[in-house]
Design a protein around this ligand. Structure first.
Ligand SMILES: Nc1ncnc2c1ncn2[C@@H]1O[C@H](COP(=O)(O)OP(=O)(O)O)[C@@H](O)[C@H]1O
Ligand SMILES: [Mg+2]
Length: 250
């Protein structure tokens, strides 16, 4: 872990390459040691929130679910340096015709396994949507190592309240209890994962019809009625198993 000054931040940006911009940050690919890293400059100037995002990344250091935190700024601009995870996000892959449906489903299952690791660390992501899921440039879609869940700007500890209220008819990927300012639980991320499954289904419905009912259950309004993440993942494994078995017989 390094700490960098405002001057060092500016130097990194001179040679840096713009990657993407989200609602809260601008991310560039910059040189780091003999390789590259992703530099996120946070828009919000709330120092506590910025530090909290870095704390979550350090807690997930060994999880292989999140990018590793490599450094933080000590100057006035809140910024952090992290492992570069690739240019493709889940949105682009689900929308692309280049990848076959089974590969897409296996990729989403791997996202679920990574989410489980985040929950095992006592953290709820709260902002699970496809542009916060990144796939390695040279990685195979079925390889769990290719996937990282990024952006811990809205994450909380389990049972913690996010502390804001959002309109219920917007931010459709977010669980109703999160938008209402009630405590976040692993079922809150199950809701968002269910929305990802619905998006996947809309692309490949003909082949995996069981997917829609799993996504419906996962996105129930009442979190008590939603299945656990573990149960959702077992059901996805079952769909894959049956699909592969039926294709072996033919
Ligand atoms: N570690 C990373 N590796 C590669 N791309 C990244 C990384 N972190 C962020 N990005 C890119 O930058 C975008 C914005 O970053 P993100 O952390 O999601 O910020 P925001 O809070 O603004 O949504 C992401 O959607 C992704 O495209
Ligand atoms: Mg984001």
């Amino acid at each position: 872990m390094i700490q960098f000054t405002e001057e060092q931040l500016e130097e990194m940006l001179v040679d840096g390459q713009f990657l993407a911009e989200g609602g809260n940050g601008r991310v560039s690919l910059v040189k780091h040691g003999s390789g590259f890293a992703a530099l996120k400059i946070c828009r919000q100037m709330d120092v506590l929130a910025f530090h909290q995002e870095c704390v979550f990344l350090s807690l997930l250091e060994d999880s292989e679910a999140a990018p590793k935190l490599l450094g933080t700024s000590v100057g006035p601009t809140p910024a952090y340096l992290m492992e570069y995870c690739g240019r493709r996000n889940l949105e682009a892959i689900l929308n692309s015709n280049r990848y076959d449906p089974l590969k897409k489903l296996k990729l989403v299952l791997n996202v679920g396994y990574k989410l489980q690791k985040i929950h095992n660390a006592g953290i709820i992501h709260n902002d699970m949507k496809s542009d916060n899921i990144v796939i390695a440039d040279d990685g195979e879609l079925e390889d769990p190592n290719s996937v990282r869940i990024i952006d811990y700007g809205l994450a909380t500890y389990a049972f913690q309240k996010r502390g804001f209220i959002l309109p219920s008819d917007q931010f459709l990927w977010m669980a109703p209890e999160v938008k209402a300012g009630r405590p976040s639980t692993s079922k809150s991320d199950v809701y968002s994962f269910g929305m990802i499954l619905r998006h996947l289904w809309s692309k490949i419905s003909v082949i995996f019809p069981g997917l829609l009912s799993i996504s419906r259950e996962a996105t129930r309004e009442l979190q008590l009625l939603r299945p656990t993440l573990n149960s959702v993942l077992r059901q996805l494994e079952d769909i894959i198993y049956k699909y592969e078995a039926s294709h072996r017989i033919q």
